[in-house]
Design a protein around this ligand. Structure first.
Ligand code: SF4
Length: 342
């Protein structure tokens, strides 16, 4: 298997200070030991409700924050040794050019773009950090990038506010690919856009991945978006991965009760109409004090005694389909019976 990025038991805990001495009294377990191997050239989707740890994962990869423990192994190619991004200092990250080889596109491009900069300079900035080009060559490179994202040289001397949301996201994508990265983290890149524009940006991202040989980590709370764009999908709940499978397998052979509940919430015109519904009771528990054993046991209709005592591990149930549930072997029958009774 050709792996490009491997998350190994990655954790991010935020300290909670208390008492007169402001000592650490607890921690928010935003990410609590996730292990995922991302294959070169694939689009891996991460899906889950807000607070499940998906954005924490994406920010750790590009080191917008430092993980508490665990590894982020980047395997550039078979000629270079893997590097642990989690353990490098900002200087080492720069020296190894990792800030350019792994890039990120955010949900809202306006917050990551200087409103007083011309599009030409927004896209040229990362290129100038990486290589010295003559002004003529630099502009030619920026035009080439604009063309790649469906814009053109007429857009060079305009400001971000002169563009629509979809066009601004195209500019953000052009800037992200300007340094020829191998890996792109896309964090809700279409969530702020109208549905019709969303489809255009998804199609653009899909074709760029094929054309440029990129690997994507695509983070979203939107199940149909993740289904459309991803080769494989990881479902997260309270800082853990609960199910990880190929997109078709995840939708057709759903094994984890949480995934089933998420999927059964999609309107039936968009998805398998025969899917029995599971409606989740209660809110997601606090990551300050996550439930013991399986974190989903407080809301799972199929919980048994062992579920609150022992944490289920993420194991392969066959066919590259990983599930963390004590009852994964008979959940499909459980889903069906639940619906018949319900
Ligand atoms: Fe439900 Fe138990 Fe499976 Fe957790 S381990 S999802 S509580 S059946």
């Amino acid at each position: 298997e050709d792996i490009i990025l491997e998350l190994v038991d990655l954790k991010k805990h935020y300290p909670v200070l208390g008492g007169v001495l402001r000592r650490e009294v607890n921690s928010v377990k935003a990410l609590d030991g996730i292990s995922i191997a991302i294959r070169r050239g694939e689009c891996l989707g991460i899906v889950g409700e807000s607070g499940c740890g998906k954005t924490t994962t994406s920010k750790a990869i590009i080191r917008l924050h430092d993980p508490t423990s665990g590894k982020i192994l980047f395997h550039p190619n078979d000629r270079e040794e893997p590097v642990d991004i989690a353990s490098l200092s900002p200087r080492q990250l720069k020296k190894k050019n990792l800030r350019h080889r792994l890039q990120m596109v955010f949900q809202d491009p306006t917050t990551s773009m200087n409103p007083r900069m011309l599009v030409k300079n927004i896209i040229a900035e990362p290129i100038k950090e990486q290589e010295k080009l003559s002004p003529h060559d630099l502009e030619a490179r920026v035009v080439e990038l604009l063309n790649l994202v469906g814009l053109n040289k007429d857009h060079l001397f305009r400001y971000p506010h002169e563009f629509s949301g979809g066009q601004r996201q195209r500019i953000a994508v052009a800037r992200a690919i300007a340094t020829n990265p191998e890996f792109l983290v896309l964090d809700e890149p279409t969530s702020a856009l109208d549905v019709s524009v969303q489809a255009q940006i998804l199609n653009l991202l899909h074709s760029l991945r094929k054309k440029l040989g990129l690997t994507y980590l695509f983070v979203t709370h939107h199940l149909l978006v993740v289904k459309y764009i991803s080769d494989r999908i990881a479902v997260m709940y309270l800082g853990k991965v609960v199910e990880l499978a190929g997109t078709d397998s995840l939708f057709e052979n759903t094994c984890h009760p949480y995934t089933w509940a998420l999927l059964s919430g999609i309107p039936s015109t968009d998805i398998d109409e025969t899917r029995e519904r599971i409606i989740l009771e209660g809110d997601v528990p606090s990551p300050l004090d996550p439930p013991s054993g399986c974190r989903f046991h407080t809301r799972c209709p199929f919980a048994i005694k062992v579920c609150s005592q022992i944490e289920p591990q993420l194991i392969d149930t066959g066919g590259d389909h990983l599930v963390a549930c004590h009852r994964s072997h008979d959940t499909r029958a459980l889903f069906h019976n639940h619906a018949t009774k319900g």
